[in-house]
Ligand binder design. Structure first.
Ligand code: PGA
Length: 254
């Protein structure tokens, strides 16, 4: 059984004070959750505050939204995996469509980051997904295959198992228009099929695949009860502890 994983991608939001209040509120709402893995992904500036606030909370981890692949050195403005580890970060989101589209990240760049994350024992959440134009042209599978094979190239089975994939159709991000559960399941099944081609069967079955794109308390349950949907990467609805906690609880439903 794959343990569900639900992550809050705060993007470029949340001050230290707001982060502190969020964590206090979330801990009250989720203190009994052990069957779902929860990840808070704040901006770099709030990571320390979130780590501190979570303290010993077992099943809530901290993630980062990006990193650079080099270990250290003259890379002004960049953050390395070891600097993230220093703040008790466990996960790092890589290849988000906003990074691919706005900051020119290619599959090759994402792959360098993914390998550097594993080398530092950070677990990557690797985002893939098609644009509306690509979907309309019937190219969903082609795009997913290219992104997965490029971004995950060179990983050994253990590293692949410890990688989380986030299927995030670009047209569903921040638009209020989520993929239907059937559309999402179809894409997730294709992602898993590709993983089977890339690795042995046991490895492919263990990889968790999150859905992302306008996940809300109202649609979370139906999405996450699909057989290949193992959690959610939540943007807008993760800024409010109440709605994020509702989404986490929806991940428990069978
Ligand atoms: P959204 O963002 O939930 O606001 O659509 C999801 C994401 O970009 O990870």
């Amino acid at each position: 059984m794959r343990k569900k994983i639900v992550a809050a991608n705060w993007k470029m939001n949340m001050t230290q004070a707001e982060s502190e209040r969020f964590v206090e509120s979330l801990l009250l709402r989720l203190d009994d959750i052990t069957d779902v893995e929860v990840v808070i992904v704040p901006p770099f500036t709030a990571i320390a505050k979130v780590s501190e606030g979570l303290g010993k909370a077992q099943n809530i981890k901290v993630g980062a939204q990006n990193m650079y692949w080099e270990k250290s050195g003259p890379y002004t403005g960049e953050i390395s995996a070891s600097l993230l580890r220093d703040l008790f970060v466990h996960y790092v989101v890589l290849g988000h469509s906003e990074r691919r589209i706005l900051f020119g990240e290619t599959d090759e760049i994402v792959n360098r980051k993914v390998r550097a994350a594993h080398a530092a024992a950070l677990r990557p959440i690797v985002c893939v997904g098609e644009t509306l134009e690509q979907r309309d042209k019937g190219n969903v599978e082609k795009i997913l295959s290219i992104q997965l094979r490029g971004s995950l190239a060179g990983l050994n089975p253990k590293e692949l198992q410890e990688t989380v994939i986030a299927y995030e159709p670009v047209w569903a991000i921040g638009t209020g228009r989520n993929a239907t559960p059937a559309q999402a399941q179809e894409a997730h099944a294709f992602v898993r099929h590709t993983l089977h081609e890339m690795a042995d069967d046991a490895t492919a079955e263990r990889v968790r695949i999150q859905y992302g794109g306008s996940v809300k308390p109202e649609n979370a349950r139906e999405l996450m009860t699909q057989p290949d949907i193992d959690g959610a990467l939540v943007g807008g609805a993760s800024l409010d502890p109440r709605s994020f906690a509702q989404i986490v609880k929806a991940a428990r439903d069978k």
